[in-house]
Design a protein around this ligand. Structure first.
Ligand code: FE
Ligand code: FE
Ligand code: ZN
Length: 304
């Protein structure tokens, strides 16, 4: 079987720690994973439990999970682009410095970051703010920050490869600034993922393929250039299964970890109460390279 590095977003809680995250990833048949070091929508964080960490490393070793493929996602409320309120901008910088220290405790060397939203300041000013912040944050050696390509919802910066490149050009610590490409986001931003070779060529020309350190694999609920950012389960959106399989198995991206962030599935079409993770079934489809036409009902039947 072809070796692919495939995983998904998993939870991390203060009680089950990284052991819980690794177990969750393994339960889906994943060989890597991505987690938030606390709630994605806030910046409250608890210290890492070192005994738990030791156990997690043992579990990863036993199951061939390479920590170099594991990814931390910074909370999405951190906005380096907007410095209208200096205290908030300073707090975002302080938080990211701490996030880097936490990543080092975990031994994780990839931190995905949304570049931010300019909220009226304009893209050019925002790009400078982001770079200024990163130049404070990225001193010496340590984990890399992966700027994520964005859908261009609201005033998001990073909706084109050129905007990402413009930030990178201003960052002094070149070896610690990389990129995470999200298939849903670039579709919504206007890149035709169905013509993926062309998109990758464009990425290489503008940013450089050597900078691509993570892929977020998501289908999209919306059309090309919709600027919506609504993820869909694999094969059920605008991109479709064959397109995503082409991305996942692309020969130039073999070493790049691929992370699913597709939506949880509701108990039935009306219920919003119970939600089930789709990843076990999506990863199975990916490994088989075959769409499961009963994806949603299989997920519901398995977890109910
Ligand atoms: Fe993200
Ligand atoms: Fe993403
Ligand atoms: Zn998204």
């Amino acid at each position: 079987m072809e070796e692919i590095i495939i995983g998904c977003h998993v939870s991390y809680t203060k009680d089950s720690g990284l052991v819980g995250s690794v177990k969750e990833a393994l339960s889906y048949g994943a060989n890597t994973f991505m987690f938030y070091t606390g709630a994605p929508q806030n910046t409250f964080r608890t210290p890492v439990n070192l005994e738990n960490l030791k156990q997690a490393y043992q579990l990863m070793k036993e199951n061939n999970i390479d920590i170099n493929n594991v990814v931390i996602h910074a909370p999405y409320i951190v906005n380096l682009a907007n410095n209208k309120e200096p205290e908030k901008w300073d707090f975002a910088i302080k938080f990211l410095k701490e996030e880097i220290s936490r990543s080092q405790v975990f031994g994780v060397n990839k931190i995905v970051l949304h570049p931010g939203s300019h909220v009226g300041l304009g893209t050019e000013v925002a790009i400078q703010n982001i770079a200024d912040a990163l130049n404070i944050i990225l001193k010496g050696e340590g984990p890399s920050i992966l700027l994520e390509t964005m859908a261009g919802k609201g005033s998001e910066v990073g909706k084109t490869f050129e905007e990402i490149r413009a930030i990178m050009d201003k960052v002094e610590n070149k070896q610690r600034i990389k990129v995470c490409l999200d298939t849903c986001h670039i579709n919504d931003a206007g890149y035709d993922v169905k013509n993926f070779d062309k998109v990758l060529e464009e990425f290489d020309k503008v940013i450089g393929l050597d900078k691509l350190a993570c892929l977020h694999i998501n289908d999209s609920k919306n059309d090309l250039e919709s600027h919506k950012d609504r993820h869909e389960n694999l094969g059920l959106g605008h991109l479709g299964f064959d397109t995503l399989i082409k991305v996942i198995y692309h020969p130039k991206l073999k070493k790049v970890p691929k992370i699913l962030e597709t939506p949880y599935v509701s108990e039935n079409n009306d219920s919003k109460k119970r939600l089930y993770p789709p990843y076990k079934f999506e990863i199975a489809m990916i490994k088989n390279k075959k769409m499961n036409d009963n994806l949603i009902s299989d997920i519901r039947n398995y977890y109910k």
